[in-house]
Design a protein around this ligand. Sequence first.
Ligand code: FMN
Length: 353
Amino acid sequence: MYRMGGSVVYTLYGESHSEYIGGLLDGIPKGTEISIDTINTELALRKPSAGIGTPRTEPDDVEFISGMWDGKATGERIHYRIRNTNTDSSKYDIFNRTPRPGHADLPALVKSPDHRIKGGNQFSGRLTVSVVVAGSIARQFILQRGISVAAFTRSIGKIRDDEERTFEDAAQSKRFPTKAVTEDLDSLMRDEILKASAEEDSVGGIIECIADGLPIGLGGTWFDSLDAEIARAVFAIPACKAVEFGKGFGLAGMRGSESNDPYYYDDGIKLRTNNMGGVLGGMSDGAPMVFRAAFKPTPSIGKEQDTVDLENMEDAKVKVEGRHDPCIVPRAVIVVESMTCLVIADQIMRETS
Ligand SMILES: Cc1cc2nc3c(=O)[nH]c(=O)nc-3n(C[C@H](O)[C@H](O)[C@H](O)COP(=O)(O)O)c2cc1C
């Protein structure tokens, strides 16, 4: 079991090939309206798209065990689970002997000699199905407080969207399989994925996430900071390798006179720019919260790679057969949103409890 949050506490359980994957969500206030249709719509956004995702398909039917009644949270623990129906571990045996570079195989096998690789085990992207259910519940809670979250694909491989994008652009991206914001970018990004896939390879990319409607001052200090909590939650998503807020690494090369976001008054305190990504001192500053997360290329690839044979401790080769996403990014967009909603819901409830 893996846990996050202080007042809205999310617990994740399951493995890639276990009978069920599930979640426990504590702290969602009694009476919060929760639509199962909305949860299902968001789960559909995590499913692989034809051609650019893994051929492993799952119905992702969510069974609620407790905490929901008549479309509302009862205030008790919300417990749900999703059955895994499409599990085939046969292709993975070989990785117990010749671990896949870039995946968790080697550290997991060395750490626990009785570990047996079945799919991605607890490291699998499949577990994000649970994150999306919890995130959707959290999203419905924060929406009722005027806060909305939307993410989109900023880049895939060498194809990068360099335009300024708004919350509405991010929300519209769900029309396209790659979650890019325009049809042209979607087509270029799709080609980039298909090209890598045809070469038995994979590509990574960048997801940008925007949270709108945060009141000034939401968040905490030091380890409770809004940005620290978001970074922790988003880094927990398998294959995430970087998170930056606002201009992020770009701020390092700026002068303070360029980077500071000046204030002005217009029916409330506003910011002229948003270089900080909407967070100051661990609290929201009134601008939309904007951050980007980089996802590495999928580690499991058909191309032959160097590894070590753990039985005789000699150099060896490994090729990955089986069902894998040539690019994780399109499926991870909703997962990044979900993590963001969970952190914001938790921050709201920390302030009220
Ligand atoms: C939605 C999603 C789908 C994923 N699909 C795959 C996949 O098909 N094959 C694979 O090797 N890794 C996949 N991953 C990534 C691995 O789970 C991840 O790289 C691995 O557990 C090692 O963890 P790390 O990359 O965070 O270090 C996926 C991740 C996510 C978020």
